[in-house]
Write a new protein. Sequence first.
Length: 264
Amino acid sequence: MGKNLCDRVAVVFGGGSVGPGWGNGKASAVKYSREGAAVVVIDINLSAAQETADIILNESGASQAFECDITDEKKVIDLVEKIIKKYGRIDILHNNVGAPIMGGIEELTLDRWERAQDLNLKGTFMACKAVIPHMRQKKSGVITNISSIAAIRHTGYQYPAYYASKAGLNHLTMSIAMQYARDGIRANAIMPGMMDTPHIYQAIVGQYEDNKKAMVEERSAMCPMGRMGTGWDIANAAAFLASDEASYITGVCLPVDGGITCRI
């Protein structure tokens, strides 16, 4: 793509990685930088955020890391104000925070149900609520929310709290897109399919009795392309949606899934 995001400020919530390798948020933060943006990397784990920021800095990009719990409204508001004070604007808001809280209807406790909604939906709502007034003032901005094909399909895993929260995230994204289209703000969701990221080796592998090889083989076999996607597949989509090349795209929930939703 080149340098399509020069002179822009990107804020990535969930820009760290939960383990070695490239998660969706980490890859997206680095991709935004490689396209020319200054990138604010935010994670509940400051060392994870700093690791991503250091990669950007070592590539001669501009980046700063912050710690924040996206489910804490005051912390989100205070951090957004701090970013605005330093950079003067937020051009790209990328919401990557989420977790597949496992358990069927009968097994789920109310606390775990609410935790799924907090992580996958409420946090994104609060980040958008804090950032949108600044985008409206500038009459421009791009919001990209990381959803999941679980928002529109049953993927085989028993996690109804995740399905519900991601479906809500899709509709929140479309609502934002429609409400603020005349304000120059675009909002889209990316729906990853079966991805090979550090996240699955912590959150999903238990469904396979901690057999990583079996997990990778089964998930890859489910994909029409015969392989899972990577964090870079999400990052490339995010960079495109944030660019002027996508200036007429808003309200879209884009599957990045190797075609799997065509058959499930």
